[in-house]
Design a protein around this ligand. Sequence first.
Ligand code: NAD
Ligand code: IPM
Ligand code: MN
Length: 344
Amino acid sequence: MPKIAVVPGDGIGPEVIEQGLRVLATLAPDLEVEHFDLGAERYLRDGTTMPPDVTARFGSEFAAVYLGALGDPRVPSNVHAKDILLGSRFQLDLFVNFRPCKLLDARYCPVKDKSEADVDFVVFRENTEGLYTGVGGQFKRGTPDEVAIEQEINTRKGVERIIRAAFAYAREHGRKRVCMSDKANAMRHGHDLWQRVFREAAAEYPEIQASHLYVDVLAMRLVQSPESFDVIVTNNLFGDIITDLGAALQGGIGLASSGNLNPGKAALFEPVHGSAPDIAGKGIANPLASILTAGMMLGYLGRRDEESRVEKAVQACLKSGRVTRELGGTLSTREATEAVLAAL
Ligand code: NAD
Ligand code: IPM
Ligand code: MN
């Protein structure tokens, strides 16, 4: 019986994870779940961010981790989120941040005249290096002479495995194009490595159209012609930014799901959105990202039928307007979940 580790986290995290768990209880009642009290509350209570033995258990004992969001105004340093979320990504070596962007109902797309078929791409975001490692330092902090350095790490191993994962996915899923995005015109060292590795990998996938866009142009093209994208592969920071843009294209951050993966090893699933302190505790957060994320997790566990049932149920709710307020509906978080359960 597969075991799932659940980390509700902060803000709307617990509110939306509860909804995803209701869907999981319906579709996969055999899944065993164990809750982990990790997040701002715990940190403020006893100083714990991420116990090392918990990270180890996530990697060995659980089929997947299902996480809400981390981030709380009472912890301005965000140290707990860094240890729990980035810590899991790094320690479990979850090098693929897989973020699909699929428009399920054209009327929620903010770009005019785009059909559902026009917005259907996936982003492979590098998830273990780039500008996220914390390598760097500060010197003369708080003085007029201070220096702050954030170094971008690009290893051949790291760049190669994410680019290859993107091509392998394209081949396996009948996607025709892979677009790599960097800023090699300004960042001559690290992103030159991306360019060279991308050309080498592309040569091994002759049936897939390989292209490149600098990330500024990518941002523009994503808005103008999302239909020109199938698979996008990029570094950690650019992937973070363009997947919020992608979330907007599919109807909003309340609809975007993601999986942090190391194929065959460990996996952590989470909605793309954060803890949304501005709406936390009001019962109005959109649970659909969390529910779609639960569906993605089921697919990862080999339950593809259930994954597609979740997506169809969410789509039915979107089509009939049974949604939360930020999408123009009237439903609460719980009611939106009940609509999904009814559609199921
Ligand atoms: P956010 O994604 O939490 O919120 C951005 C905007 O989107 C807010 O207006 C919010 O109300 C809205 N929103 C987000 N999710 C929604 C939902 N499900 N339904 C309806 N509206 C929703 O981003 P932020 O405000 O920049 O970050 C808040 C905190 O979350 C910060 O501490 C940040 O570091 C953290 N964060 C965590 C994660 C994560 O744990 N995976 C991801 C992103 C941000
Ligand atoms: C995300 C979030 C995180 C990231 C933050 C909370 C560190 O924005 O998962 O997209 O930048 O990776
Ligand atoms: Mn983000």
